[in-house]
Design a protein around this ligand. Structure first.
Ligand code: CA
Length: 241
């Protein structure tokens, strides 16, 4: 089930604070990793597997503003919630200018922290603990194995269709290799041909793509695997036609 829960990277040097945040995020069903200073936060963030970064401003090594600017300059658009001991309006502005998506001044109430985290995750397609994936007007219920398409049609999803969609969506924006798809969706008990994966992706495209022959969400990365994007994106660089 871990693929259905968002991964939150907490970059915070105060251990007690980091532990409280971790406990509360895990209670919401999120996966959490913690980095305790700027440089290790940068390394963890650059790994690219975080769905949200909770970023303290005052950090040893490199401060949160500079770190966020660096990642944004590198093209990283992972949502960022800044935490700062300073609640001055100009700090908030600086945080947003640095590429942050939201800003919370310490001390804060944990329920507000959680609400802001959920709001940011929803914006990028996650829906709290309800396991709904929303993109392009479609809503996929990852627990009920059903989809309500943008045009209102209801469709049932098969186990493999759901598995592939869940895996790709949990790593949205990343290339997911065929081997990883086989491991996570089929497991060890079956050896489907690559054709089998392609056929499942084909059905997903017929359901979710405006034009299945020119996919804008479920991209083929030739010879490697697939990449899913929540926002429509022209995949022509990667597609070999
Ligand atoms: Ca700090």
């Amino acid at each position: 089930m871990s693929a259905t829960s968002p991964h939150v990277l907490v970059i915070e040097d105060e251990r007690a604070m980091a532990a409280v945040l971790r406990d509360n995020l895990e209670a919401e069903g999120h996966r959490v990793s913690i980095a305790g200073d700027g440089p290790s936060g940068e390394t963890a963030w650059a790994r690219g597997d975080a769905d949200l970064v909770v970023l303290d401003v005052m950090l040893p090594g490199i401060d949160g503003f500079a770190l966020c600017e660096q990642r944004r300059d590198a093209g990283d658009r992972t949502p960022v919630l800044f935490l700062s001991a300073r609640g001055e309006p100009e700090d908030r502005v600086r945080g947003l200018r640095a590429g942050g998506d939201d800003y919370l001044a310490k001390p804060f109430h944990l329920p507000e922290f959680i609400l802001r985290v959920e709001a940011l995750l929803r914006r990028c397609g996650w829906s709290g603990g309800s396991d709904l994936l929303r993109f392009a007007g479609h809503t996929v219920d990852l627990r009920a194995w059903t989809a309500t398409l943008a045009d209102g049609r209801q469709e049932n999803l098969g186990e493999r269709e759901l598995g592939i969609l869940r895996l790709l969506a949990s790593r949205a924006g990343e290339v997911v290799r065929r081997d990883d798809i086989l491991d996570e969706v089929w497991g060890d008990d079956a050896f489907p041909s690559s054709r089998t994966i392609d056929n499942v992706v084909l059905r997903l495209r017929r359901l979710f793509e405006p034009d299945p022959s020119r996919p804008v969400h479920l991209h083929t990365v030739w010879g490697v695997g697939y990449r899913f994007t929540l926002e429509p994106e022209d995949g022509s660089e990667e597609e070999e036609r």
